[in-house]
Write a protein that binds this ligand. Sequence first.
Ligand code: LMR
Length: 396
Amino acid sequence: MFNALTPMPADPILGLLTQYRQDPNPLKVDLGVGVYKDEAGNTPILATVKIAEQWRTDNEQSKVYIGPTGSAPFNQLMTELALGNDHSALMANRIRTVSTPGGTGALKVAADLIERLRPGATIYVSDPTWANHTGLFATAGLTVRTYPYYDFANKGIRFEDMLAALELVGEQDVVLLHGCCHNPSGADLTNEQWDKVVDVARRRGFLPLIDLAYQGFGSGLDEDAYGVRKMAAAVDEMLLCTSCSKNFGLYRERIGSCSIMAKTSQAADTALSIMLYVIRCIYSMPPAHGAALVETILGSQALSAQWQQEVAVMRERINGNRELLVAKLHQLQTAKDFSFIANEKGMFSFLGLTPVQVKQLTADYSVYMVDSSRISIAGINQSNIDYLAKSITAVL
Ligand code: LMR
């Protein structure tokens, strides 16, 4: 079976980690994988996570199996974080949430559930989207198509084209929407645009699957949830995938959640039973550590307030980096306008470079980013900004 195979190319995002680590250049800059970095270039453990870990060490009584749904308090708190405590769908008891191994695990559960309910269903993803979305849905058996999203020429959203495409999506189809901090473009729908997308979803009757992996990194925890809350209030059915990798910094703990919203409480129970079977067939049950930390933080008023501060610090640093990069690039050259970067949201933006320019940046300057010129803004700091801006200007 293993003879004469053709090797898979390295993952377009995760492969950069290895390349970066092996590069001996002391000036190297890592703008590849979407992980938060502080001014010193480290990805620290949040103070609230440290407190929660200590609490868990002191109080955990057993390592017995947790079950396919994961932790009930975590599931409840994560649903409330996304939708708000008093959302009409929560009040009507139409939502069922499970803990998952990261946001990717949540998407895999959603994908396998959809495939089980509607084999070969078509899922529409934004053009472009997170590199892993396509493979994840395609390997589950779904048909992946795209709807227009980012306008590379004008650095904005092709909103009219997007709406027109969504108007043609059928009732049996699924549409993946980025809840906030669009990955890879950083170009987010405005609230008015969300209202229009929600209206199309309601009228067309397709199933919205919202990927909310960066809540709190755009404009704020509640602000970033505008679209998901609005959608959940308007449609009968929805899937929601969240991740605690970024806003809790729990990358390697692999914890996120997947929620089903059904038309009635009874339908939600039945759909959950199928989701639990799907989970049992993939990984049986989710890891418990990350969920325990998140529920300790969100379940305590004091820790939750402290965590919100920590999220605000990360968000503000990223937004500051956006301004800094634009200012430095504009100091060094005037041929290309980069001001759009300051208006985008979350961890990523496209620099708008060609693949050849990106290759040159890596080969000649040890600046690492995805081939599409997607940069992870958190990798910028006061020590590398001058070198980075000069390197980018040199390849323009
Ligand atoms: C990214 O887009 O860089 C992150 O979501 C990390 C990943 O798993 O790709």
